[in-house]
Design a protein around this ligand. Structure first.
Ligand code: HEM
Length: 507
């Protein structure tokens, strides 16, 4: 008898709970969006280029749209006004990150910056970036590294002039070398170094895999009861790549700690040194352990390598389609720099047309067109619609960057649109957000801009660029792949021909 009463009570409780949930959901005024299917939600509407699929949907459902990825509610902002609300007005509430398998398995259980939930650890790590790692003073002190590595690329390009090359190979070697020397103190992966723990190619492959896996939609993240099956095999790949990276990071940390132990009053030389020094600071609000230092180091290596190389490759691809822009850029560089020296970082303010090419490339080919997913921390209302705690939020910067009400002929590559306009990439101008904005904005935008601008300016200054094998500009395929970055689907093959006096290439 007693058991019967208990079971009746339990059934009643479950019934009331379910009813309350249904009534509550009915009362919610969610933003407009497509009707979800059971289990998959709206995943069937998302193709291999999610920013383009979401763009199409936003044309139908408007600038604030609600979807369902599996069992996860998702909101997408696709206008300047919505970007402003999400990234500025209500930024604090939209500043967390979803707990994805990528964050768990590849960043030591969310111990880095990128996947860290909003809270004291994130604030502390981002403050460290601003004041210690990416301060103007520190970036300037590393300028010689950027100059040496860009020079080394220019020398190799000179050697292969006249032959078709894959430009991305050269660019990713520069960006990886620059970031390795700034973060790790040396390249570790030098071709000539017999003691290298990983080869350059292997390391590039590891970072490519890491970046790819951090950008995919993993079914197990959005349909949790399927996560056990790892249907796409992504989690298995995440575990493999993070094991390889961990072996490398352990080696780097051991070497750094030994160096610090040996020298009394040791002065930090690179960013790993700075992180280790910070980790020893007894006044830190949140203690930094070894896995935090490894996770942050990995963030810097991954964030700093692919994004800049991808952007410069897109810029040269666009210019190969529009030789008149190339001509205008080289005229500007010849006029300001002359033909007898290379472009330096401090020359950039005097090269507004080259800067405009960089911005125009980032407008049409943003590295992260949807930024990174954010997570709503508390229930809130936007434009009269309810947004629930735990909703994932994307801002479609590609839709905003190609909105015809903001940009004339938006799909045309036209750097002139940035000339004499006070639009910068620092996250104040919501029609142009290549680095995001607000509390989760890219902490390294200043470094990214320096590397992109000076490598592009010197590639334009030093070489005439041609398509190989009499290929016509209209034949150049401009398709892209979506991931944590958005590179060309087919790597750009091009021929570089020197355009400066031969002695200038004696670098
Ligand atoms: C072309 C260069 C770069 C571009 C376009 C770029 C773009 C971005 C974007 C769009 C985000 C997401 C912002 C958001 O969620 O709202 C981001 C975040 C981030 N970027 Fe960059 N980035 C670049 C270079 C770098 C470099 C050089 C580093 C490090 C050395 C870096 C480290 C990071 C980190 C750690 C985050 C996560 C921030 C957070 O979640 O709080 N990025 N970046």
């Amino acid at each position: 008898m007693e058991a019967k009463i208990w079971s009746a009570c339990l059934s009643l409780l479950v019934f009331v709970y379910v009813l309350a949930k249904i009534l509550r959901r009915r009362k919610l005024n969610l933003p407009p969006g497509p009707k979800p299917w059971p289990v998959i939600g709206n995943l069937n509407l998302i193709g291999s280029l999610p920013h383009k699929s979401l763009h199409e949907l936003s044309q139908k459902y408007g600038p604030l749209m609600h979807l369902q990825f599996g069992s996860c509610p998702v909101v997408v902002g696709s206008s300047v006004e919505m970007a402003k609300v999400i990234l500025k007005t209500m930024d604090v509430n939209f500043s967390s990150r979803p707990r994805t398998a990528a964050g768990k398995y590849t960043t030591y259980n969310y111990s880095d910056i990128t996947w860290s939930p909003y809270g004291p650890y994130l604030k502390q790590a981002r403050k460290m970036c601003l004041t210690e790692l990416f301060s103007n003073k520190r970036l300037e002190s590393y300028e010689y590294i950027r100059v040496e590595e860009i020079n080394s690329m220019l020398k190799s390009l000179y050697k292969s002039s006249g032959q078709p090359i894959f430009l991305k190979d050269y660019l990713s070697t520069v960006t990886l070398s620059v970031i390795s020397r700034m973060v790790l103190g040396k390249k570790y992966l030098d071709k000539d170094n017999e003691n290298a723990v990983v080869s350059l190619d292997e390391f590039k492959k590891m970072l490519d895999e890491l970046i790819y896996l951090n950008g995919v939609i993993n079914v197990g993240d959005v349909i949790p009861w399927l996560s056990f099956f790892d249907l796409q095999g992504y989690v298995k790949r995440m575990k493999i790549v993070s094991k390889k990276l961990d072996r490398f990071l352990e080696h780097v940390l051991d070497e750094h700690q030994e160096r610090r132990r040996k020298v009394e009053g040791y002065v930090s030389r690179d960013m790993v040194d700075v992180l280790l020094e910070q980790a020893e600071d007894p006044t830190l609000e949140v203690k930094m352990e070894r896995h935090n230092v490894k996770a942050l180091t990995q963030d810097l290596l991954a964030g700093g390598t692919e994004s800049s190389a991808v952007t410069v490759e897109w810029a040269i691809s666009e210019l190969l389609k529009k030789p008149e822009i190339f001509k205008k850029a080289t005229e500007e560089i010849d006029r300001v720099i002359g033909q007898n020296r290379w472009v330096q970082e401090k020359d950039m303010p005097n090269l507004p047309y080259v800067e405009a090419i960089v911005k125009e490339t980032m407008r049409l080919h943003p590295v992260a067109p949807l930024l990174m997913p954010r997570l709503v921390r508390e229930d809130c209302k936007v434009a009269g619609y309810d947004i629930k705690k735990g909703t994932q939020v994307f801002v479609n910067t590609w839709t905003i960057g190609t909105d015809p009400s903001l940009w004339e002929n938006p799909t045309d590559f036209c750097p002139e649109r940035f000339i004499e306009k006070a639009i910068d990439a620092k996250g104040h101008d919501f029609q142009f957000l290549p680095f995001g904005s607000g509390r989760r904005m890219c902490p390294a935008y200043s470094l990214g801009m320096r590397v992109i601008s000076s490598s592009l300016a010197n590639l334009l200054h030093g070489f005439n660029w041609k398509l190989p094998n009499k290929m016509r500009p209209e034949d150049l395929n401009m398709e892209e792949i979506f991931g944590l970055s958005t590179p060309r689907k087919f790597p750009l093959a091009a021929v570089a021909e020197p355009r400066l006096p031969p002695e200038v290439y004696n670098l």
